[in-house]
Write a protein that binds this ligand. Sequence first.
Ligand SMILES: Nc1ncnc2c1ncn2[C@@H]1O[C@H](COP(=O)(O)OP(=O)(O)OP(=O)(O)O)[C@@H](O)[C@H]1O
Length: 255
Amino acid sequence: MNKGAVRIRGLSVRRGRTEVFSRLDLEVAAGSITGVLGPSGSGKTTLLRSIVGAQAGVSGEVTVLGLPAGSPPLRRRVSYATQAASVYDDLSVRQNLRYFARVLGAPRADADRVIELVGLGSAASQRVDRLSGGQRGRVSLAAALLGRPELIVLDEPTVGLDPVLRAELWELFGRLARDGAALMVSSHVMDEALRCDRLLLIRDGALVADTTPGELLESTGAADPEAAFLAVIAAGGLRGEAHAPGRHSRDGAGS
Ligand SMILES: Nc1ncnc2c1ncn2[C@@H]1O[C@H](COP(=O)(O)OP(=O)(O)OP(=O)(O)O)[C@@H](O)[C@H]1O
């Protein structure tokens, strides 16, 4: 039995006038890949930001590696790659990663290790502003792997990548999970669901299914994850077990 990496109880999040989540409960195990899937605007980024402690307007309990989300000791143990690559354009790939390694207190040699992991070895000396969008994203992903974090949170890491590269990255995610890390990976590409150990299907701020790829296909009788997702929505949840009420707009709510 894997130990828990994330435990959420009664999570509610308000962004502006929108209550994105309402009383959400879930758990994420170490040594596994949890896919956070759902359409654009469903709340994937908000959930990931709540777990890394970067989201305002959060109430409820979010415990990460036994500590409250966002607490200082977690800074080196949890990594987060956002959708926008956060790297320095005027530095090379290697310079970027050596800089981030230093900030994190990771060994200098870790920069080359993560460059190889994401397949950027041949571009290590290139300035980031000369890279393609997909390569740039992989520099950001490499930064998230520095220091061997125990929880790796990746927001749509495969967007804009060709199918070969996408497959390579999912293989890398699998290796990281086998080495004991917990990965949370968001995507709106439903086919990527099949690469995950566990799936959280989100729609309009409700967790409509907390399942595995096999169980999702079997219980819906669908041929592929996209059809299965539509079947879950039509049924109001997997086997009717919608986990949280949908999103509510509240006039006059703050921040
Ligand atoms: N800064 C903000 N202020 C207010 N509401 C926001 C803000 N950012 C996002 N939202 C709202 O929160 C909800 C969830 O957004 P979120 O970014 O979490 O969705 P997502 O599933 O990650 O979408 P995408 O796949 O497009 O990134 C949406 O209704 C969105 O409009």
